[in-house]
Ligand binder design. Sequence first.
Ligand code: DHE
Length: 537
Amino acid sequence: NKNFRALTCSKFSKFCISIFASLSFYGAAQAAEDTTPTAQKLYDQHCQSCHGINRLGGMGPALFPENLSRLKKRRALTVIRQGRPATQMPAFASTLSDNEINTLADFIYTPAKIKPQWDLADVKGSHIVNHLPGSLGDKPVFDADLMNLFIVVELADHSATLLNGDTFEPITRFKTRFALHGGPKYSPDGRYVYFASRDGWVTKYDIYNLKVIAEVRAGINTRNLAISSDGKYAIVGNYLPHNIVILDTETLEPIKMVDAIDKNGVSSRVSAVYNAPPRHSFIVALKDVKEVWEIPYSDKGGVEVLKGWAHDHRKDVGEGAVENWKAADAFPIRRITTEDYLDDFFFDPDYINLIGASRDSQNGQVINLDARKKVATIDMEGMPHLGSGITWDYKGRQVLASPNIKDGLVSVIDMESWEVIKEIKTEGPGFFMRSHSKSPYAWVDVFFGPNKEKVHIIDKSTLEIVKTLAPAKGKTAAHVEFTKDGKYVLLSIWDEDGAVIVYDANTFEEIKRLPMKKPSGKYNVYNKINYERGTSH
Ligand code: DHE
């Protein structure tokens, strides 16, 4: 009984809250199963370690018919047989018989007897506050340039390292929740960092005091989170349930849960959420419907946002717009209909245009967020990873460069004509790309295939590869980040017995190698909070 759980827990400790939340969740998960023993056994043996107990999601997504609406069963069979590019999904053709693969496909398209649920009361019930606002000191307990710190996420043992970006010495290493995914996000002043795990936990960590402040489980299978530019709100996007959750950043208390349902009533997974600083709004990418949402979180939202909102709600525009907004429900949704599904996103630096691509299309769509319509199509080869795109100025114009997760190329796109001006050939498909406004170079990894140990360095003024590094034989080298001043680059050796390697960003000379356990992303405070053009936002 949820009420009982919430009441009881509020009388006991935060430990109790956490245990009760997990128990009730586990109970729901158990009840959710409904299958033949063979299918269950096959699932437990081959799928559970990634897709979670009872199909609820883990490193891999949750597997219920409601979450597979865009995947035809025939295609699912191929994915099980051959794996899925740009994900951790391996091929099972040599391990499982056709019969077993068919059984598994039937299994994931079988609805759960009891729908897995995680409603606002569950979110509230999971809420843990370790330190109340104002109870910890306002000065850092260590000595370092606070703007040049890095958080490095280490996937192998679910930890993170706080790294001094001047000395390249770790300040502390702490346990995170299981399987973080996506970039952690900083508060606007860089003091707090917020993490999201694939199984729904959001954690607020105080960098000054090196302590976890609060945690909450915002979903069952979560995508990522974003923080508003005023630092007041966090938004979390979920695959399961199909919703977004808005949190008060002070204690991570949930404020609002919104079901992801399009204007025709069709429910969708949320593929990602973003902050659009100049617009004072969140952008919500929906996976299974052809819609994108904009949610203004402040009455300072751009005039066009307010006009759009006012139009949707048939209110007066003009003078009354701000008042209308204030009078409305907080976090109103402004819907933008798209021509195609959008799986991968990029925004121009002014956050006027959204550049999106569907996984199955050859084309990118440029959607003007003010006009709320498509303004251009980009003809792109392969499967560009727009989410890792970066921009810089090239011969007097702004270009967007994106790695490609299917082909060995980097697409360079003119952001005025939206034409691909160059395809730079690489030694295999890449995942992450980075630069810095003070660096003449952009770095891109070769994440997939036999050359996964390689990283290319591209001269931004000639669009040519000037150097290729292979720092650890046979081990994936991936994801770089620059220091605040753009003088050094940190690269991950993506391996259990891995490392973060520090390079001089101009001579490409190795400066230091720090042993780490499968370090994935690393995030510089200054670059992130200033929305550096060469970094992820
Ligand atoms: Fe990611 C960021 C989606 C697989 C590591 N990844 C993101 C973001 C999205 C996304 C939407 C931006 C969110 C943000 O930072 O707030 N990723 C997807 C997928 O759809 C995909 C292909 C399939 C899936 O499993 O969800 C996928 N991603 C992976 C991986 O397999 C990676 C390599 C290992 C892992 O951790 O699961 C991976 N993704 C990352 C990292 C970032 C990321 C390290 C942050 C990059 C950054 O520099 O900000």
